[in-house]
Design a protein around this ligand. Structure first.
Ligand SMILES: Cc1cc2nc3c(=O)[nH]c(=O)nc-3n(C[C@H](O)[C@H](O)[C@H](O)COP(=O)(O)O)c2cc1C
Length: 676
């Protein structure tokens, strides 16, 4: 049983008395009343220095730093939001703790060559994540390819620090930040502190970042004479109430969203369960989204769709409840950034309900520095000591997280259990915006072909709750999968069934030449892009095009979760001139008696080995292309099998076989779309 779920809401509600009434113990950081209360209601025009961050944009990094009078400039490259959110956190802390004017810049918004224009007095920080074959995130590609080709010393006046986001399960762990750091060193820039590396594989990115950040700040204190004002929290946003009228309601949310989150609302028109798992609380669903009302939105086979979820109502209610905001949830808010340091990460006009349900990732785990920041804002000595205790060090907090499913709402509730007189109703809403990361979209490979279904986008979603390590009763449900599996389709005609989404281009594309053989290896929902590839080539074959052979290896637990099994079997069984030359090969890791003639545990790499003669013949002799989609470990195992067979067959050394694969990657004949 989830301990936290058993919390009594009545108790929480009874405790919602104001901090104004509470006695502050000695050493309390807060004075008697909430010092930020005025910020919640203040008129934006009255806030000193409140300006829109959308002021005339320059593409010159040096100029941006000069315009903002910045001491520190943080340049980020991020795809799914981790590095971006760390960049904002670093800026917030540098601004508040070190009192250093800090600006945050998306690398895609600046001309890479202008890095040389940054003044000597400005500290440059890079926070960049790695993808694919050690590539930088999309928004950093141009920058990284520029700096890696610099050969002279045009950056010898710069001082820099760098932190990377990556995952050590990938072959090229944090390569993008290494490439940036080595380019800086080669060009004469001075490295202030060792480059930090976050590792998602051990779920330690947040702690790795904290450790690196503290080292960086200590360096700035000791070498630059900055002072660290640890205890002070200053909101970076101003919030005022604004009545939502018929005149401004059109601006709500979407049009007032930050420019990079402008997306469209697409209706979900069907949802089907396409896989179930024996005895497990798990399923896969197939969803169709309808683009008919968006004639300008197009996708191509192999593209991704980014979907912005809404948080589960239970978690929204939990957070609003513990903050005492339930009765105000429909109130309109006008939100502005207090200086030019950063862009607003939430809509400038919204409601409390929309903010918490759609725009902030309230289900995200709470980083340890947020726990410590809360400790400084509570009036309860018991709660303060409890928060300080669990946030004391990396190990203690990790042990605590092993037992608890935590997000901000749950943490606040849990603390109220320790002191029934504690209340969080005075916690400024600005704190929530400052400390909770913005909602990030989740990317799905599109499982339909744009040739066959140009106005319908199909996706396949795995609905699989995770368990808390040492408390298996506590389940953590995925935000997007829960959202997509529970959206009410009976309300198609009203807003309830619309999802905020955006098509994202991908390089995971079929060869242009239709006759090229295609090998596809998938595990689980990795099948999605291959379903689209197969649909596409089947259609082209059906209208008389000559298409090359396709072999699909599909891994699942057994027949009951083998996605689109009947569809592929039917296509495989077709013959005649216009049939698709498809071979469909399954691998069942938990086979059942009824699943056919492979009763033992089989993985896709085993099946690739069984069929390796044919696979390698297509890849080596017929210039075929291979696509692997699924877990990193699977992709590595499949790659190893193929390389071994190529080495033996063609009497190649390991280096020569590696080179052959490198060459296939370069010529877009070896693709991997993998996750850990
Ligand atoms: C498809 C995919 C490919 C990835 N490739 C790599 C890689 O080659 N090297 C690495 O260190 N991390 C890799 N990662 C891990 C990401 O860098 C890591 O999740 C990071 O925290 C993402 O940061 P972001 O949210 O700022 O984009 C990959 C992640 C995904 C989903």
């Amino acid at each position: 049983m989830d301990l936290i779920k058993t919390l009594d809401y009545r108790l929480v509600n009874n405790l919602k008395h104001s901090l104004l009434d509470a006695n502050y113990g000695e050493g309390s950081v807060l004075p008697r009343s909430d010092p930020f209360e005025h910020l919640f209601f203040q008129q934006p025009q009255a806030v000193n220095g409140a300006r829109s961050s959308a002021s005339a944009a320059t593409r010159n990094i040096g100029e941006k730093a000069r315009e903002s009078n910045a001491k520190i400039i943080i340049l980020w490259g991020s795809q799914s939001g981790t590095a971006e959110s760390l960049a904002h956190r670093l800026a917030r802390d540098a601004q508040q703790r070190l009192k250093s004017v800090t600006v945050v810049c998306d690398l895609a918004d600046y001309d890479p060559a202008t890095l040389a224009d940054v003044a000597e007095s400005v500290i440059v920080v890079f926070i960049v994540s790695t993808y694919g074959e050690g590539d930088p995130s999309h928004n950093a590609i141009e920058f990284v390819s520029h700096v890696t080709t610099l050969r002279s010393s045009p950056l010898s006046h710069l001082r820099y620090a760098a932190f990377g986001c990556g995952n050590s399960n990938y072959r090229y762990f944090n390569k993008a930040i290494d490439d940036i750091a080595s380019s800086m060193d080669r060009c004469g820039a001075y490295c202030l502190v060792p480059t930090g590396k976050g590792d998602e594989a051990s779920q330690s990115t947040q702690e790795d970042f904290l450790e690196w950040k503290e080292g960086f700040f200590s360096y700035l204190v000791s070498e630059y004479g900055m002072s660290d004002h640890k205890a002070e929290y200053q909101p970076t946003v101003s919030i005022t109430k604004e009545e939502i009228t018929s005149a401004n309601s059109k601006l709500l949310d979407n049009t007032s969203l930050p420019r990079k989150q402008q997306n469209i609302e697409i209706p979900i028109v069907s949802r089907d369960i396409v896989a179930t798992y024996d005895g497990q609380d798990r399923s896969c669903i197939d969803l169709k989204l309808d683009l008919s009302n968006h004639s300008r939105i197009k996708y191509r086979t192999g593209d991704h769709i980014a979907i912005w979820p809404s948080n589960p109502l239970e978690e929204v209610d939990r957070l609003l409840g513990v903050l005492g905001l339930e009765s105000q949830k429909t109130d309109g808010l006008r939100i502005t950034v207090k200086d030019d340091m950063d862009e607003l990460k939430v809509p400038s006009l919204t409601t409390i309900q929309a903010l918490v349900s759609q725009h902030l990732d309230i289900c995200a785990p709470v980083p340890r520095d947020t726990v410590l920041a809360l400790a400084r804002l509570t009036s309860s000595a018991i709660v303060r000591s409890e928060l300080e205790n669990i946030g004391r060090d990396r190990e203690t907090y990790a042990r605590f997280l092993d037992q608890h499913h935590l997000n901000l709402g749950r943490l606040l509730e849990l603390m109220n259990n320790h002191d029934s007189s504690n209340s969080w109703t005075q916690l400024p809403l600005a704190f929530i915006i400052d400390f909770i990361p913005p909602m990030q979209p989740r990317l799905y490979s599109i499982a339909t072909s744009s040739t066959v279904d140009p106005r319908r986008v199909g996706i396949v979603v795995s609905v699989k709750p995770a368990q808390v390590l040492k408390n298996p009763e506590a389940l953590i449900c995925g935000v997007t999968s829960t959202y997509l599996s529970t959206t009410d389709l009976s309300t198609i005609s009203n807003e309830g069934s619309l999802v905020r989404a955006e098509i994202r281009k991908s390089s995971f594309k079929l060869p242009i030449n239709l006759s090229i053989p295609v090998i596809m290896v998938a595990a689980g929902t990795g099948i999605a892009p291959f379903r689209a590839f197969i649909q596409e080539r089947a259609r082209l074959a059906s209208i008389g095009h000559k298409v090359g052979p396709m072999i699909l290896f599909s891994g699942s637990q057994n027949r009951s979760d083998s996605l689109y099994h009947d569809e592929f079997s039917t296509l495989e069984a077709m013959d005649g001139d216009k049939a698709l030359p498809l071979k469909f090969i399954t691998a069942f890791s938990r086979p059942r008696e009824s699943d056919g003639n492979l009763p033992k545990k089989t993985y896709v790499q085993d099946q690739v080995l069984v069929h390796s003669r044919e696979v390698v013949q297509h890849l080596v002799d017929n210039d075929g292309a291979i696509y692997i989609c699924g877990a990193t470990t699977m992709a590595k195992a499949v790659g190893d099998v193929i390389l071994n067979v190529v080495m033996q067959r063609n009497s190649l050394s390991k280096e020569a076989a590696d080179k052959w694969r490198q060459n296939k990657r370069k010529t877009a004949s070896w693709h991997e779309d993998v996750w850990s």
